[in-house]
Design a protein around this ligand. Structure first.
Ligand code: PEP
Length: 253
């Protein structure tokens, strides 16, 4: 059985006080969701404040990105994986579509960051997903496969066993247009087949694949009841205690 995993990607939202309030509100309720693994990924400047607000709750702290160099170096403005560990992070989101498309990160960049994150013991949440025009052109499977192969290049089966994959169709992110459970499940099943063919059945059976893209408390239940959907990566609906808790409730069932 794969443990359901729901993570909130707060992107460049909230101020310090709001981030602390949200974290404290979630921390107070996290115990109600039993076996669901919960993560929050605030802006890096608020990681420390959010870590303190999470206190001793079971909610894991995550970052939204990192640089590919583990040790210190002269890279003005960057945050290293070692710094994320130092500040208490468990997870790091890599290859989010906003990084791929707005900041032109390639799968090769994602691969380097992934190797660096794994080397220091972070759990990477590796995002893949197609643009609307790619879906319309029938290229979803090929695009996702290319991002999967490029992002995971050179990883051993053991390393892949330590990652989480998030399928996030770009057209569904922040648009309110959620993939249907069938559309999402089709890609998740493809990803699981890829894990089996590139690595082995044990890896395929154990790696969690989250769905992301306009997940809400209302649509989470049908998405998360699909056999290959093991949780959610949530943007907008992760910014309010009640809506995020609603998604956790759906994951618990
Ligand atoms: C995301 O940022 O990864 C995301 C899925 O956003 P939203 O839930 O707002 O679509």
């Amino acid at each position: 059985m794969r443990r359901p995993f729901v993570a909130g990607n707060w992107k460049m939202n909230l101020n310090r006080a709001q981030a602390v309030e949200l974290a404290a509100g979630l921390a107070a309720k996290a115990g109600d969701y039993g076996h669901v693994e919960i993560g929050v990924c605030p802006p890096s400047i608020y990681l420390e404040a959010v870590r303190q607000a999470l206190g001793s709750s079971s909610i894991g702290l995550g970052a939204q990105n990192c640089h590919q160099e583990v040790p210190k170096k002269a890279f003005t403005g960057e945050v290293s994986p070692a710094m994320l560990v130092d500040i208490g992070c468990k997870y790091v989101i890599l290859g989010h579509s906003e990084r791929r498309h707005t900041f032109q990160e390639s799968s090769q960049d994602v691969n380097q960051k992934l190797l660096a994150a794994l080397a220091i013991g972070l759990t990477p949440i590796v995002c893949v997903g197609e643009l609307l025009e790619e879906r319309k052109a029938g290229k979803t499977k090929a695009v996702v496969q290319e991002q999967f192969d490029g992002s995971l290049a050179g990883l051993t089966a053991d390393q892949v066993g330590k990652i989480v994959i998030a399928y996030e169709p770009v057209w569904a992110i922040g648009t309110g247009v959620v993939a249907t459970p069938e559309q999402a499940e089709e890609v998740h099943a493809d990803l699981r087949r890829l894990l089996e063919s590139r690595y082995n059945p044990a890896v395929a059976a154990s790696v969690r694949i989250q769905y992301g893209g306009s997940v809400t408390a209302e649509n989470a239940k049908t998405l998360l009841s699909q056999p290959n959907i093991d949780g959610a990566l949530v943007g907008g609906a992760a910014l309010k205690v009640d809506s995020f808790l609603g998604i956790l409730a759906a994951a618990k069932k």
